[in-house]
Design a protein around this ligand. Structure first.
Ligand SMILES: [Mg+2]
Length: 336
């Protein structure tokens, strides 16, 4: 099979992109595939490389990176016969987690030829697209603050959490009109999520009933509440029970129009996009072929190992970390 890999060396934390590239090249070549590996300098080049790979006859175009890389490759692949592969190397890995693709390179590579090809829907935002989640309001503001810190700033769930607390002081909710499949209502939301898959990443399921191939979008509206209230309900995000938060409203839809007096911040698959007073979201059913594991192909334990904790934060988390194992082969020091 002809496989192209688009490797983003900057996504995620604690990586060795050079080693990853060698391993991917070796594993896929050993399995008899013709492999081309590209390391694009930016998002636009990632899209162009993926596009060129499809035109060159690649049957799989693999995003090696985070949700941003997946977004660019998916955009180039939609509506074509080529299937998107994912080797998840980002911090959130929303779509990869949703599909059950492990972050370890060997099993992720096996999914490219031994897995199944699923045909997923695509979300639309005006003339743009999203494959995982569109965030509008507070969480888009947090994402924008997170990305504005530059590439060297610490990534992962903890810095994200602390930044959220700061964003609470900045964010101003506004009365917003929703037109959802012919139904009209007004809310003053903290945040609005229009989801193709269930989660942001990190297992945070903001649209727990969403399925990426049911031809429908899942809309989650969280009413404007204070930071303490959000913190209290935060565990529900990770247990898939956000629908049980009294201020949460979840529904399915095909067309969503959201309007307000001021443009709300918007992020598509974690990337900020220009916003307007009226936002139109929709869905194109069955438009993107994606390599996913077969039932039972990947064991639960393999999927995502615990995230690495940055060195400087370790003292805070020492009580929670697994104890270092004693090397059984090393002789124990003798007591004197
Ligand atoms: Mg759906």
């Amino acid at each position: 099979m002809k496989i192209a890999c688009i490797l983003n060396p900057n996504s995620g934390i604690g990586r060795n992109p050079l080693k990853e590239a060698e391993e991917i090249q070796r594993l896929l070549s050993e399995r008899g595939h013709r492999v081309d590996l590209f390391t694009p300098a930016n998002a636009a080049e990632a899209y162009e490389r993926a596009r060129a790979a499809v035109e060159g006859g690649a049957e799989r175009v693999v995003a090696v990176g985070g949700d941003g890389t997946v977004h660019q490759v998916a955009r180039a692949l939609m509506g074509t016969e080529a299937a998107l592969g994912i080797i998840p190397k980002g911090s959130g890995n929303g779509l990869a987690r949703e599909l059950g693709i492990p972050s370890a390179i060997d099993p992720a590579c096996r999914i490219l030829d031994e897995g199944q090809v699923r045909i997923l829907d695509i979300g639309t935002f005006g003339d743009r697209f999203f494959f995982n989640i569109a965030c509008i309001g507070f969480d888009a503001l947090v994402g924008q603050m997170f990305n504005a810190r530059g590439e060297d700033a610490p990534r992962g769930v903890l810095p994200y959490f602390f930044l959220s607390m700061r964003a609470f002081q900045q964010y101003r909710a506004q009365p917003t009109t929703f037109h959802v499949d012919g139904d009209t209502f007004v809310r003053t939301p903290l945040m609005i999520v229009v989801a193709n898959s269930r989660q942001y990443g990190w297992g945070a399921r903001i649209a727990p009933s969403a399925e990426p191939d049911d031809g429908l979008l899942d809309l989650t509206i969280i009413q404007n509440v204070d930071a303490l209230r959000v913190l209290y309900h935060l565990p529900k995000l990770f247990t898939g029970q956000i629908e049980r938060m009294p201020e949460a409203e979840c529904r399915r839809a095909m067309d969503v129009v959201i309007s307000g007096d001021r443009p709300l911040p918007v992020e598509l698959d974690g990337e900020a996009v220009p916003s307007e007073n009226v936002l139109r979201l929709g869905i194109i059913p069955a438009r993107l072929r994606v390599c996913a594991p077969r039932e039972g192909q990947v064991s639960g334990l393999l999927k995502f190992p615990l995230p690495k904790i940055p060195k400087e934060m370790e003292p805070f988390f020492r009580p929670l970390l697994p104890r270092q194992k004693l090397q059984s082969s090393a002789p124990r020091p003798e007591l004197r």
